[in-house]
Design a protein around this ligand. Structure first.
Ligand code: 5GP
Length: 202
């Protein structure tokens, strides 16, 4: 059986990654979404094991030393990491896996899993990005500025990805990502079994 596709989506803070990924998963429920671990405190409405696995810094560091993460990074003063074992299990079963991670983490995954599909989500403009972060209302003025500066730096790193998707409307962005996944799943390198089956028939 062919391995599933590792799909990595990043985008600067306020680009709407969370909303886009949720809609994508509702339309393609066969994709396995990897729940990350973090040392950040839960925001209101967030549940342990749903949005994230919320860990203490000590527990997180313990897992790093045990090699339990595919990648991890420090983002805005908190640790975030992708648990390794479930991902391997699902990919081996031929299922596609989605990671929604920051650019530092994604650059590490590019090294470790070059066969992955790397998609960078962009805001329609920087002005729009600033007002989206602000309107979210979850940040203090100081973290708002930090996130906006980090967002601009992240957009620069986006040039290293394979695909760029502008999130002007969620529906259109999701359609584009679905097209990318369809095209990637049809690549010859991912479908050697189809050739074998056809050749055996003749
Ligand atoms: P938030 O705190 O707003 O949920 O996420 C902050 C940032 O951390 C986002 O850019 C998000 O993509 C990133 N992030 C979430 N999970 C992971 C992870 O497992 N690894 C890395 N490297 N970044 C992550």
């Amino acid at each position: 059986m062919e391995q599933g596709i590792l799909i990595v989506i990043s985008g600067a803070s306020g680009t709407g990654k969370g909303t886009v990924c949720k809609k994508l998963l509702s339309e393609m429920p066969e994709i396995y979404y990897s729940i990350s671990a973090t040392t950040r405190k839960p925001r209101s409405g967030e549940t342990d094991g749903v949005e994230y696995f919320f860990l203490t810094v000590d527990d997180f560091k313990q897992k790093i030393s045990e090699g339990k993460f595919l990648e991890y990074a420090e983002v805005y003063g908190n640790f975030y990491g992708t648990p390794l074992y479930k991902i391997e299990e699902h990919l081996k079963r031929g299922e596609n896996v989605l990671l929604e991670i920051d650019t530092q983490g994604a650059l590490n995954v590019m090294q470790k899993c070059p066969e992955g599909v790397f998609i960078f989500l962009l805001p329609p403009s920087l002005e729009e990005l600033y007002s989206r972060i602000k309107n979210r209302g979850t940040e203090s003025e100081e973290t708002l500025q930090t996130r906006f500066s980090a967002a601009k730096a992240e957009i620069e790193i986006g040039k290293k990805y394979q695909y760029a998707v502008v999130n002007d409307t969620v529906d259109a962005a999701v359609e584009k990502i679905k097209s990318i996944i369809t095209a990637e799943s049809l690549k010859v390198q991912r479908n050697e079994n189809i050739f074998n089956a056809v050749e055996e028939d003749n």
